[in-house]
Design a protein around this ligand. Structure first.
Ligand code: RP5
Length: 159
């Protein structure tokens, strides 16, 4: 059963969102992926948000570009935590998406990661950290990732 729902505003977002999906797979986190636009499919977004918790999803990752309202709209429909990824798909290269996602008014948070590929990766790692509080196998997989990172920074000098 999927623990993470990865939602994107357009199929054109997949080149960035594939980074999220790949890392969730590497960490052994079951997930589902959906394309759902907050402005083109508002009813589908509402239906998804109202039922996502009862389907067993524990973290939502939502990526969008432009004036990216998808993560905030999803957060308005559910209390499942939402991680937002601002995508640089617009003429403003993601600055518009960053501001739209990070500047949520108080009360309905969206945990916002970096713009683009780094953010897409970090969204998966952040989901792993959250889920690792409950699922030991995910905690172990995330710790192994951190150990690999530490190793890669501790290589002996080449000469
Ligand atoms: C947003 O607008 C999507 O998340 C995408 O990043 C951007 C452009 O979407 P398309 O016009 O390619 O569908 O809704």
């Amino acid at each position: 059963m999927a623990l993470v729902a990865v939602v994107m505003g357009s199929e054109s977002d997949m080149s960035f969102m594939q980074n999220t999906l790949d890392i969730l797979s590497e960490l052994g986190i079951e997930h589902e992926a959906l394309v759902m636009s907050a402005h083109r499919n508002p009813e589908a977004v509402r239906e998804f948000g109202q039922t996502v918790r009862q389907r067993g999803i524990e973290v939502i990752i939502a990526g969008a570009g432009g004036a990216a309202h998808l993560p905030g709209v999803l957060a308005s429909w559910t209390s499942v935590p939402v991680i937002g990824i601002p995508l640089p798909t617009s003429d403003l290269n993601g600055v518009d998406a960053l501001y739209a996602i990070v500047q949520m008014p108080a009360g309905i948070p969206v945990a916002t990661v970096a713009v683009g590929k780094a953010g897409a990766k970090n969204a998966a790692y952040l989901a792993a950290q959250i889920l690792g509080l409950k699922y030991d196998s995910i905690h172990q997989a995330y710790e192994a990732h951190r150990a690999r990172l530490a190793q890669s920074d501790n290589k002996p000098p080449i000469a």
